[in-house]
Design a protein. Structure first.
Length: 218
């Protein structure tokens, strides 16, 4: 199904490639999260922005109650541990991937302890909570009436997250009014080598990641 909710991305002062990174959908086909990629022109720095329509997200992730903000925080934390993994050619220590996911879950449950920063949405200040890990960061705001917004950034300060509602969807190379297709998104991105965010370290693990490698018994 097409995107039927307000979508947020970086404001138009940000110069560089923009693209639809991926989406997540409910069993009935309605998307409950849309992720947009932004990469600063001529650099490897950028931000991935996820828009989660509030009522649909709450219904999908917390149908029996619970804390939707913990789920939102985990969406950011999980995205961060994925985005910061080095290239696949770097051997993964045994147990590290599971340990990273468990670490993301633990941090997400403690989102109220994440430091607060100020973002801007349509020029207005909103509070966001941010978690730093492995040379990058993830944050979210719950202060918009229509959506939760997650940002995952590499090389750019989280305080410089300035968001607007995206109406010029052609800037992302995808018609938001047409049904979304992961296959079509994959084809579109494959034709644009700049349409991805490189990890902070491509050829080695960051100390934050190595600190989570499980100890092996003897």
């Amino acid at each position: 199904m097409p995107v039927d909710f307000a979508v947020y991305g970086l404001d138009w002062g940000f110069r560089g490639p923009r693209w639809v990174d991926f989406f997540e959908g409910a069993p009935d086909g309605r998307p409950w999260a849309l992720w947009l990629g932004h990469r600063r022109q001529g650099s490897e720095h950028g931000v991935r922005i996820g828009t989660l329509p509030r009522p649909r997200y709450d219904e999908t992730m917390c149908p029996n109650g619970g804390d939707p903000l913990a789920e939102v925080a985990f969406g950011g934390a999980f995205g961060l541990v994925n985005l910061t993994l080095p290239d696949g050619s770097v051997p993964r220590p045994d147990g590290l991937i599971l340990a990273l996911v468990e670490h993301a879950e633990k941090q997400a449950k403690r989102y109220e302890e994440w430091p607060q920063v100020t973002w801007r949405v349509e020029g207005e200040p909103v509070r966001a909570r941010v978690w730093h890990f492995a040379g990058a960061w993830a944050g979210f705001t719950s202060e918009l009436p229509d959506a939760y917004v997650i940002a995952i950034g590499i090389g750019l300060p989280p305080e410089e997250t300035h968001l607007v509602r995206i109406d010029k969807t052609d800037s992302y190379g995808t018609d938001f009014g047409a049904p979304l297709s992961l296959t079509e998104l994959g084809k579109h991105k494959s034709n644009r080598p700049e349409a991805w965010l490189p990890p902070p370290q491509r050829d080695a693990f960051h100390p934050d990641q190595l600190a989570l490698v499980p100890e092996t018994g003897h």
